[in-house]
Design a binder for this molecule. Structure first.
Ligand code: KG4
Ligand code: ZN
Length: 351
């Protein structure tokens, strides 16, 4: 089965071709990505209307590119998948519209996919693929969640952020430090030149006794600390503040992940979402997990942030496992707000 997949939930247009195999996991044949980051950077954040218009421009050229790279034709496509939510409504509608129109023209079925399920399953595309069951740490720009994953479609929420996501904490702190948008990766680079213990920043909910997170207070603490540095902080002071901010976020993510492993009794951690690309998070998790004789799995670096490959993979794994069936009615809706433990089985149209 060949799945053509579209991702358009935010500011990246992703298209991928994923094929199931008789034995083993689905295979990524080709994928292509267009990032709108530069366009939105001028506004200091994502402008939804511009995002939607740009997805329209990119979807078909990227599709041609993917088919060309895979050496495949439209006639070989069996299912067209798209990100149904969560995300920006207009941006999601572009991907859903293109996917359903293409599927209708081909006479093939469609499947709407949950964006976070894509992130969650994305480590299955890496050479070191995990095995069920595991604890997933989902850390993206919009979500910070710990889930228990028993099988495709069997997800139990263990804890989540009660306010900002970890990616938001990176981005908002980076903005305060004048690092532009989205500042997470830039803050991580600057942090390599600073001392992580230079400034005392809060570790919210670290000892809350549950698996929830809170990052909204951190940006206020970073702002206060930044103000104390006066109007002309030195590059060294900014690097120290970046390193201290990263250390606060990473420490909470690592400790809560370990607590989730301990309380669930599971032996594997799977990390996914954009913040999963953070080198310091990976370093600390690797060390802590190895010390306890546990395992940790990550997606390939290029597949940590939004992409079409993870949507194609999630669609293929859902169809293969029987967790979902594809639909032939070409009526679609999108779900801008959609909890991962609320995904239903079959049709993309839900009540
Ligand atoms: O998963 P993703 O691409 O988009 C969402 O679904 O939200 O995640 C994007 C987030 C942004 O907040 C970005 O700053 C953050 O991931 N990010 C990083 C790094 N790379 C991406 N944060 C810290 N360190 C990084 N290396
Ligand atoms: Zn994402």
């Amino acid at each position: 089965m060949n799945v053509l997949a579209f991702e358009s939930s935010c500011d990246e247009t992703g298209v991928a071709l994923v094929s199931t195999q008789a034995v083993g996991l689905p295979m990524l044949r080709a994928h292509a990505l267009y990032s709108q980051v530069q366009m939105h950077a001028a506004y200091g954040g994502v402008v939804p209307e511009l995002a939607s218009r740009d997805h329209i421009r990119r979807a078909l050229p990227l599709t041609r590119q993917v088919l060309h790279e895979a050496g495949a034709t439209l006639a070989e496509i069996d299912v067209v998948a798209f990100t149904r939510g969560p995300g920006l409504a207009g941006a999601l509608l572009v991907g859903a519209g293109v996917a359903c129109a293409l599927a209708a023209a081909l006479g093939k079925p469609t499947l709407g996919v949950h964006h976070l399920e894509g992130h969650l399953l994305s480590p299955f595309l890496s050479a070191d693929a995990p095995e069920f069951p595991f604890v997933a740490l989902l850390v993206s720009g919009g979500h910070t969640q710990l889930m228990r994953v028993d099988a495709v479609g069997r997800y139990t929420l263990l804890g989540e952020s009660i306010d900002d996501a970890a990616g938001e904490a990176f981005d908002k702190s980076a903005k305060l430090l004048g690092l532009g948008y989205p500042g997470g990766p830039a803050l991580a680079v600057l942090a390599t030149q600073g001392r992580a213990d230079a400034y005392p920043l809060p570790r919210p909910l670290l000892h809350s006794g549950n698996l929830d997170f809170s990052f909204a207070g951190l940006k206020t603490a970073v702002l206060t600390q930044h103000r104390k540095l006066g109007t002309a902080p030195t590059p060294g002071q900014l690097a120290d503040l970046a390193a201290s901010t990263q250390a606060a976020i990473v420490e909470v993510l690592v400790k809560k992940s370990l607590a989730a492993l301990k309380s669930s009794g599971l032996k594997r951690l799977v990390v996914s979402g954009g913040v999963g690309a953070n080198a310091e998070l990976r370093r600390q998790l690797d060390e802590a997990i190895a010390r306890r004789g546990l395992r940790v799995h990550y997606p390939e670096l290029a597949l940590c942030t939004d992409n079409g490959a993870m949507i194609g993979l999630a669609a293929a794994m859902r169809l293969q496992s029987g967790a979902a069936t594809a639909s032939m009615d070409y009526a679609f809706d999108v779900r801008p707000r959609w909890a991962l433990d609320q995904i239903d089985g079959a049709n993309p149209i839900a009540a």
